[in-house]
Design a protein around this ligand. Structure first.
Ligand code: SF4
Length: 453
């Protein structure tokens, strides 16, 4: 198998060791962050409480933000100083327009590819990033916003900028502490997680130069330390959101299209407003196997919809009619932690699971490589004890996932009026009854699972 940038398997059949390593390293990071930044983080938390910016977050979440500030400062500080106001405003406007007017996306992406190659890579003030000052914070946020790739990071860091403006005498010291923490993190993460990202350097040297003029040239040019940052971020945010997630009445695993065995024009998944639902055309397809696992353990599976807001309480109305939906977001290492921030912002109880490696045809591979996850890790995240699997997938035991599908399908009826096809319980149950002969595929990911067929 081609390893393009990162691999959680590191030459092994499974990624079990990665999950031990990331748990241990996240403990280390939180200990170091507490030692270096706790007074700043507590002052920031108090500032937020007094200014009603948002719902209260844990100290660990704010410590991860503080670390993110330092890492991004070290990686992009110099480029931020090299970006003039004109191109910054134009690129930021195009990034917003891209989100709002989907039909213009191809044209905007082409234009953004040209402009970002011309303006976002200029690094004229490298040493500035070592001497942080509050007056430069807006430049960094402006550069991040102009890329269009750091929406959640900007949303999390803007309140820090506002807070630092209330303590101007201490701002430089606090920023210097963030950079020092990031310096420690870069060394520490290389030792703890470097084995999973060895190919990133090679990709950046040999392949990434071909990304000139492409809209995703910043996204695909991310540094090794950013992979490590996001890996740790997923672990920290999972811990912070776990209780709320486990309390949610229904669970839905949302997977990216790159996990399908077949390309989009051959995959038979049925499109719904809540993401496409697998039709089971290929026994070896990991999305199909995951769907079967969901039927066994009582969670739903959907292929990522265009907009995560469909899962918010406002869209589903499920918090009053039977509990909220807890989402497990599956995505690559660079996007999962920001996805956690996004779902938190939307009030969706969520957890993240990383793809074991990346391979989508949008960013990384011409034809696309079907991606995969660690099924055992997914079950752990879902709070499922594997021994507690139901003895047989009969109709009664399907109630949790059927209830979820009914809820989603009820909501889909609204969209049926506008022409969007909706799946039905009949589709779901027919898949359950047809369960026969796919157990080998399932046991690839879940060795302790027994066959029910
Ligand atoms: S098994 Fe499901 S997800 Fe995989 S290609 Fe077929 S319909 Fe698509």
């Amino acid at each position: 198998m081609d390893i393009i940038t990162y691999s959680l398997r590191e030459g092994q059949a499974k990624s079990d060791r990665y999950y031990q390593d990331i748990a241990a390293f996240a403990d280390e990071v939180l200990g170091e962050a507490e030692r270096r930044s706790r007074p700043h983080v507590e002052a920031f938390q108090a500032y937020l409480a007094g200014n009603c910016h948002e719902i209260a977050r844990t100290l660990a979440e704010h410590e991860f933000e503080f670390l993110t500030l330092g890492v991004l400062w070290r990686v992009y500080g110099g480029r931020a100083m090299g970006l003039a106001q004109g191109p910054r405003r134009t690129l930021a406007s195009l990034a917003r327009l891209r989100q709002q007017v989907r039909v213009l996306k191809p044209v905007i992406d082409w234009l953004r590819g040209v402009l970002s190659t011309l303006f976002l890579g200029i690094d004229r003030h490298l040493r500035w990033s070592e001497r942080p000052a509050l007056l430069h914070f807006d430049r960094l946020l402006g550069w991040l916003e102009a890329t269009g790739d750091f929406e959640e990071e900007v949303t999390r860091l803007a309140p820090w900028r506002d807070f630092l403006k209330t303590v101007p005498d201490d701002a430089s010291t606090i920023l210097a502490n963030a950079v020092e923490l990031a310096t420690w993190f870069e060394r520490g993460s290389e030792a703890a997680l470097g084995r999973y990202t060895v190919n990133v350097e090679d990709f950046l040297t040999r392949v990434h130069p071909n990304y000139h003029w492409r809209e995703d040239n910043i996204f695909c040019g991310r540094q090794r330390v950013e992979y490590h940052l996001n890996m740790v971020g997923t672990e920290i945010l999972n811990r912070a959101f776990r209780e709320t997630f486990l309390a949610s009445a229904r669970k839905l695993v949302v997977v990216p299209p790159c996990m399908r065995a077949k390309p989009a024009d051959k995959c038979l998944a049925k499109i719904t407003s809540f993401g496409a639902r697998c039709a089971g055309c290929t026994p070896g397809c990991r999305v199909h196997q995951l769907t079967k696992l969901g039927e066994k353990y009582g969670f739903g599976v959907a292929i990522l919809p265009d907009d995560l807001r469909v899962f918010s309480i406002k869209s589903t109305g499920l918090n009053t009619s039977g509990g909220s939906i807890g989402i497990v977001g599956v995505s690559c290492a660079l996007t999962n932690a920001p996805g956690g921030w996004k779902t938190r912002r939307m009030g969706i109880p969520a957890q993240g699971v990383l793809l074991d490696y990346c391979g989508c045809s949008w960013h990384w591979h011409e034809e696309g490589i079907p991606t995969d996850i660690n099924f055992n890790q997914l079950l752990d995240v879902l709070g499922i004890q594997k021994k507690a699997a139901r003895p047989a997938p009969d109709e009664a035991s399907m109630e949790p996932v059927s209830a979820l599908n009914r809820s989603l399908d009820d909501a889909n009826k609204i969209d049926a009026a506008s022409g969007l096809p909706a799946a039905s319980d009949g589709d779901q149950m027919s898949i359950v009854r047809s369960c026969a002969g796919y157990c080998d595929g399932l046991s690839v990911g879940v060795t302790s699972m027994t066959c029910d067929c």
